[in-house]
Structure formats: C-alpha cells, structure tokens
Design a protein around this ligand. Structure first.
Ligand SMILES: C[S@@+](CC[C@H](N)C(=O)[O-])C[C@H]1O[C@@H](n2cnc3c(N)ncnc32)[C@H](O)[C@@H]1O
Length: 298
C-alpha cells in the first residue's frame, strides 16, 4: 500500500491520536485490516483517512466537510494532480528565493489576497479556478502562522504570515500518493447530515466534529463561517443514534469537557477517555495533554 499523509495541517487534526483511534476500531476491522465502506463526515485534514488508506484495504470511502475550499482541494488532488504540482512548483520557486521582506509582500499580494478574491463553487466545476484555489490554499497553509486555516466572519482567510525558513510548499510525492489513494473516494462538501448511509452495507464511520471548547475563551472550533455550538452537538448525537440503529460501526471523538455533557448525550454507548496532545491552539497554556473522548457503539 502507498504511504499517504495529510496534505494540509489542520486545526484539530488527529495525527497525534492515531494509535488511540486504531486501538478502538471495531474488532473485525483490527483483525482483517479490511473495510468495505469507510465514511468520514467531518474529514478536515484527513489524518485517519490517509492512515487507513496507507495501512488498510478499503473498498470504498466517502468523505465530507462543510468547508468547500478544502473539499475542492481534495477534488483537485483526485482529478488534476499534475496541474496542481506545476502551480505549487511555481509558487515554491518564487517564494523560497525571496528575503524576509519579499516573502511578506508575496504572502499578502500573491497568496492571501488572490485566494480571498478568487470565488469558486463546490457544485460548479471550473478546472482552472479550482486548481488555482487549491494551490493557493496549500501554499498559504504551508507559509502562514502556525499552519492554520482560519476565516473571519466574511469567510476570508485571515491568518498572518509565519516565518518558516524552508517551508515545503510542494510535496510532490505525497500529492501523487494521495491522488492514488483518493481514487475510490467519493468527495462531498455539505452539512454532515446530508451524508446518508444505506443500511444494506455496514459502514465504519469516524465522526470528528469541531470540539466543544474546554473554556469560553477558546476559539478552537471556528474553522468556517459557521460555529458548532451545544445545540449542534446535540443534533449530532441524534444523527449518531440514527446511524447506530442502522447497524453501522461508529467512532466519534470530542473533547472531555469535565461537565458530563457527552456522558449524558451518549449514555447508551461505550465512552473511553484517552490522552491527546493538541498542537494547534491559540492559548499557549492549552498545549499540554488533555483528555479526549472516544465514543463507540460497539
Ligand atoms: C476536528 S475537525 C476534523 C479534523 C480531522 N479529523 C483531521 O484529522 O484533520 C472538524 C471539521 O468539521 C468541519 N465542520 C464543521 N461543521 C460542520 C458541519 N456542520 N458539517 C460537516 N463538517 C463540518 C470543519 O470544517 C472541520 O474541518
């Protein structure tokens, strides 16, 4: 199997939690290393997706995220990897030779402003614009402060420049590997509840919604224009129960907020507490180890 890793650094990315997640897979999947249908409705950077594509035999997968630019980037990697690599090579060659001042100008004038100006729609394929948007998104993610993806209330990418000496704007080998890995993957961009799963096939579904914040000041859950509040967490538990009744295998992760919010919502299921290291956090005190919840219906 070809090794793949996330092509973006993503807030809430699960690379630090892969061992704990794997230890909590359904037993038949651990035993056979085979998955007929894998579904990830909040895919983000896809840490678990790419781990599974690299180490398990998956017949078909379905991924979704509400962020259209992110999902356009997945589509571009699936459909137009060569053109994307060419664009990223151009950007990388232009950027790396510049002085710090030059890089700053380039970041704002050649990456961030054009990214925010370029309007693309997920439901309307426009090959050239899609490739441009995807290249700018990857380049911004590699060169911005902390490698974050964050938008303001107008939907504009607003992270400032980060000072990395030699950012890997183009990782050609990984883009090619992800391209191969995504060939049996259906890609969507909508609200998670539009992902309906027939009860004919038992799917393995990993749900990694935006965290319920550990404190009020944490702005950790703002990936897109929409917030994910307690009401959304409650609705998600209804979706979880609906899928569970259909016989799918469900694994959900969230933060352990100490007030038994999730213990109450998911009381009929199997709740494990595991330690996790969080990497991207605006609050420097929050970088230590925190508890994470894994909720399984098996
Ligand atoms: C915790 S992150 C997922 C991180 C991912 N597991 C990884 O390894 O990178 C949560 C994701 O949910 C997405 N999201 C937020 N609200 C959503 C919704 N209503 N439906 C689908 N996706 C949503 C966000 O855009 C974000 O990418």
């Amino acid at each position: 199997m070809i090794q793949q890793k996330p092509f973006l650094k993503w807030a809430g990315g699960k690379r630090q939690l892969l061992n704990e997640l794997e230890a909590n897979f359904p037993p038949h999947i651990i035993e056979t290393k085979q998955i007929d249908l894998y579904i990830e409705p909040f895919v983000g950077g896809g840490a678990l997706l790419f781990y599974l594509l690299s180490n398990y035999s998956i017949k078909k997968s379905v991924i979704n995220d509400i962020n259209p630019d992110l999902m356009i980037t997945y589509k571009v990697i699936k459909l137009f990897p060569e053109e994307l690599i060419k664009k990223l090579r151009e950007i990388s060659e232009e950027y790396l030779v510049l002085s710090q001042e030059g890089r700053k100008r380039y970041f704002y004038n050649n990456l961030r402003t054009p990214y925010n100006k370029l309007k693309v729609k997920y439901n309307k394929q426009d090959k050239e614009a899609w490739i441009q948007k995807a290249a700018l998104l990857i380049a911004l993610n590699k060169t911005c402060f902390n490698g974050l993806f964050r938008q303001n209330s107008k939907g504009e990418f607003n992270v400032p420049i980060g000072y990395y000496k030699n950012p890997k704007i183009l990782d050609e080998e990984n883009i090619n590997s992800c391209h191969i890995g995504l060939q049996n993957t259906e890609i969507y961009s909508s609200h998670y509840d539009s992902i309906t799963i027939s009860d004919k096939q038992n799917a393995f579904v990993y749900l990694d919604p935006p965290y319920r914040p550990l404190s009020d000041s944490s702005s950790f859950t703002k990936y897109s224009k929409e917030d994910f509040n307690d009401e959304d967490q409650k609705q998600l538990s209804e979706y979880y129960k609906k899928l569970s009744k259909k016989g799918h295998y469900l694994l959900l992760s969230n933060s352990d907020t100490k007030d038994n919010f999730f213990d109450e919502l998911y009381k009929e299921f199997n709740i494990q507490r595991v330690f996790a290291k969080r990497h991207i956090n605006s609050d420097s005190n929050g970088r230590g180890k925190v508890n994470e919840l894994l909720i399984k219906n098996y």
